[in-house]
Write a protein that binds this ligand. Structure first.
Ligand SMILES: [Zn+2]
Ligand SMILES: [Zn+2]
Length: 334
């Protein structure tokens, strides 16, 4: 009897639970599997008409001629994470288009100075980052790749032909990754004061991973890195800190810093130590100098993480662009 009981219980369980469930399952219509999204390659039409651009591909070392709007898909994909909000990607598209148009020979621009026959090159250290569609699709996880590309194509499509202008001229639409709380005046980074590149508070990038970062150097590392930027080896003769008084911009970024009696520019200090920004404070810990940096990049113009933060707060791309470039208009390419 005791051996039979488990068998009976199992039989009853099958009849009462498993069988009805199996029957119901069998009768239920199968839900069609959602097919993975495919890339929407519908041509991007621009109210400005189709404008062709000569791009010097620095990987292939050759000029490729393509439509401006298709070129911009590769720029936005290379310059901003696809995970950012659509309105931020649209702001980036306007910024990239503005820069591109200001470069284009056919639009009265200066072209790429490294390759005079091209409008622009794909070397981000010279003109503007760009990647092929194949490279974009390869860098994203397979399940997200098509949707990411479609989102970027949408951002370019929904802003097609639009640029940021002042007095009818495309502005110098500089941008950076994260400002660290306050964007910078153009003259405090470069020599020219531009009326639309004004220091502006930006509480929108505070969630960025670049908001505050720490960078530790031993005194020996610090001294060695600084050598290309000073005339003598930085040595502390008094036993006190090598780092003296800093002259800061109105937003707190280092303009100049006294290092062991020599004046070093903030941007040179940033380059020497490969720091994310010139918005720096430091402290000493034994033989180490620990820098705290706020933001990533020069801080002038549009803050990319700030653009994403503003988009999350419901701002549209034109509001975002006009926030970071004071007094500009968004208008079609003429
Ligand atoms: Zn170039
Ligand atoms: Zn910011």
């Amino acid at each position: 009897m005791s051996k039979l009981l488990p068998a009976i219980v199992l039989f009853l369980f099958s009849v009462v639970i498993i069988l009805p469930v199996a029957l119901v399952r069998g009768c239920r219509p199968t839900i069609p599997q959602q097919p993975p999204p495919t890339v929407d390659r519908t041509p991007i039409e621009s109210p400005a008409g189709e404008i062709m651009i000569n791009v010097f591909n620095h990987h292939k070392q050759q000029i490729e001629t393509m439509s401006l709007e298709e070129y911009l898909v590769g720029v936005v994909a290379a310059e901003m994470p696809a995970s950012f909000q659509l309105e931020a990607l649209k702001a980036q598209a306007v910024v990239a288009r503005t820069y591109t148009v200001s470069q284009m020979l056919s639009q009265g621009g200066r072209g790429c100075s490294n390759h005079p026959e091209a409008d622009i090159c794909t070397d981000h250290t010279h003109c503007q980052a760009w990647e092929t569609e194949a490279d974009s699709l390869k860098k994203w996880p397979a399940g997200e790749a098509a949707a990411n590309l479609n989102k970027i194509r949408q951002a370019v499509r929904e802003t097609a032909g639009k640029i940021a202008v002042q007095n009818g001229q495309p502005i110098d639409a500089v941008f950076h990754a994260a400002c660290g709380g306050h964007t910078e005046n153009s003259e405090d980074v470069w020599s020219t004061a531009m009326s639309y590149l004004r220091a502006t508070p930006c509480p929108y990038c505070s969630d960025s991973r670049w908001s505050e970062t720490e960078h530790t150097f031993s005194t020996a590392q610090f001294t060695k890195s600084l050598l290309p930027f000073v005339t003598a080896t930085p040595v502390s003769t008094t036993g006190s800190s090598l780092l003296g008084t800093a002259i800061r911009t109105s937003t707190g970024r280092i303009k100049e810093l006294n290092i062991a009696g020599e004046t070093v520019r903030g941007r040179d200090l940033r380059t020497a130590l490969k720091l994310p920004s010139t918005n720096l404070t430091w402290r000493h810990d034994g033989d180490n100098i620990i820098f705290t940096a706020r933001g990533y990049g020069h801080g002038v113009g549009l803050c990319q993480y700030g653009a994403d933060g503003q988009a999350k707060a419901g701002k549209t791309y034109d509001e975002i662009v006009r926030y970071y470039y004071a007094g500009v208009d968004i208008s079609p390419i003429r």
